[in-house]
Structures are given as structure tokens and as C-alpha cells.
Design a protein around this ligand. Structure first.
Ligand code: IPE
Ligand code: IPE
Ligand code: MG
Length: 244
């Protein structure tokens, strides 16, 4: 049996809440509520088993286009989740980051996010990076703007900007590249998620809808991940040399 490798940065596209509710003749919001309970369990489990960074796609830039009521409910759910979970995250030594165009969020949601980040800021365990009002393309556009501003001000030289330097302009640049990306609900697509940091991630898709997701799927994904040969464009022999 291959040894189980724990990805340093695990990212999850939590999808399928609406379909979960529809299957039960319930309104979509019931799926979102159930999904929030799963987030609790997965944060706890991944922190216990030693994941260093967990990024969760909670609300995309495109999700702003959903019906107003659903968007409003999701904002309230984010507030409720943070209010309810912040103490336990603190006990578990979890630090919180939020990635996205947070200036678009309602004031109340933004304030609760800022308070939670502050309260957990000294923690040294797993980093939970919530992508809220997040788009992979917007992140790259925002990075290009930040960089251009510094170039215009004469603070950096354009010719000195290479891949790694440009990466430093992404949201929360301390968050490394994704090692493993899991998407639930059977959709086989990226949906504008972490385009920059997903460049060489391993992909794992499950048909399970997010409200039915549990830690067994994490175990299955990690087992599969551990059996993959990552080459980053190089050869197996070169990778073996690097491991030595
Ligand atoms: C994921 O579930 C949650 C968000 C995108 C906010 P969906 O709401 O996309 O559920 P489906 O994909 O319609 O089933
Ligand atoms: C991706 O799911 C966004 C989140 C999980 C937050 P969507 O349900 O929005 O993606 P599409 O529209 O099916 O591609
Ligand atoms: Mg969806």
C-alpha cells in the first residue's frame, strides 16, 4: 500500500446544495443550511489530520447573479457560520483568511468577517481560506492592477516581475499553490476557481452532493492523491532526485 500523503494545500469546490434540496422537494436554502454543517465537520477533520491550508469555495463572483433572496440567505449563512464557529476554530488553533472582492459584501457580513479574522489571527494551526465573492479571473485582474499601480509609482521595475513576483499580488499571497482540488456534485469543471494557484494541482471529482459529503471522501481523495505521480513538467527521474 502506498503511504498516505496529506496535501499541504487542499481546496474544495463545495457544490450541489441546490440539487440536494430539490431531490427532497425542499427550497435551495435548506441545502445551503445542511452544507454549512458539513463545512464544520470538514474543517475539524482536515485540521485534525494535519492539512496546513484548507481553501473552501463558498461564494463566487458569478453567484452574485443568483436570485436576490438566495444571495441574501447565503450572506446571512456566512455571518451565522462565523459567529457560531469562531470559538471552536479558536480552540482548534485555526487561523482564518478570506479571499475575494470583499468590498462587494454587505457591511454586516464584512464586519463579521473582519472580526473573525482578527480574533483568530494569532493562531498557528491550519489556515482556513474562505473564498467569498471570489473569482479566479477577478483575482488575476486585481493582481495586475496592484502591480501596475506600483510600476506607475516607480516602486517596482516591470522587467523584474516574473511568475513568482506576480504571484505575490494575488489575494493572501502566503497561501501556496493548491496540491489537491476536490469538487463535489459530479460537475467536472473549475468554475473560475483559483486559476493561478490551481496550475499544477491534482483534481478529484466525486458525485456526492455537498450536503452528503463526509470525511470518508477526504480519505478516498487522499488515497488517490497519494498514488498520483506529480511531475510539474519534469521527468519521473528528476522528481526522484528532488525527493532525495
Ligand atoms: C453550492 O451549491 C453552493 C454555492 C454555489 C453557493 P449550489 O447552490 O451551486 O447547488 P447546485 O449546484 O445548484 O446543486
Ligand atoms: C461553484 O459552483 C461556486 C461555488 C461552489 C461557490 P457553481 O454552482 O456556482 O458553479 P457552476 O455554475 O455550476 O459552474
Ligand atoms: Mg452549483
Amino acid at each position: 500500500m502506498t503511504e498516505i500523503k496529506i496535501p499541504e494545500h487542499l481546496a474544495i469546490i463545495m457544490d450541489g446544495n441546490g440539487r440536494w434540496a430539490k431531490k427532497r422537494d425542499l427550497a435551495r436554502i435548506f441545502g445551503h443550511r445542511q452544507g454549512a454543517d458539513v463545512v464544520h465537520d470538514i474543517v475539524q477533520y482536515t485540521s485534525d489530520i494535519g492539512v496546513k491550508y484548507l481553501t473552501l469555495y463558498a461564494f463566487s463572483m458569478e453567484n452574485w447573479l443568483r436570485p436576490k433572496d438566495e444571495v441574501g440567505f447565503l450572506m446571512k449563512l456566512i455571518e451565522e457560520y462565523l459567529n457560531k464557529e469562531v470559538e471552536e476554530m479558536d480552540k482548534n488553533n485555526v487561523r482564518l483568511l478570506v479571499s475575494g472582492r470583499t468590498h462587494l459584501l454587505p457591511d454586516e457580513t464584512r464586519e463579521i468577517i473582519e472580526q473573525s479574522i482578527e480574533k483568530l489571527s494569532k493562531n498557528t494551526g491550519m489556515v482556513l481560506n474562505l473564498c467569498i465573492s471570489y473569482g479566479g479571473r477577478s483575482e488575476i485582474v486585481d493582481a495586475a492592477r496592484k502591480m501596475a499601480e506600483l510600476v506607475i509609482q516607480g516602486e517596482i521595475e516591470l522587467t523584474k516581475i516574473e511568475r513568482d513576483e506576480f504571484g505575490q499580488f494575488m489575494y493572501n499571497p502566503e497561501v501556496p499553490d493548491i496540491d489537491l482540488l476536490i469538487r463535489s456534485s459530479g460537475e467536472i469543471r473549475i468554475s473560475n476557481f483559483m486559476l493561478w494557484r490551481a496550475a499544477y494541482c491534482e483534481l478529484y471529482f466525486t458525485d456526492t452532493l455537498w450536503p452528503d459529503f463526509d470525511k470518508k471522501i477526504i480519505d478516498e481523495a487522499f488515497a488517490e492523491y497519494s498514488s498520483r505521480a506529480r511531475r510539474f513538467g519534469m521527468t519521473d527521474e528528476q522528481m526522484a532526485d528532488e525527493d532525495e
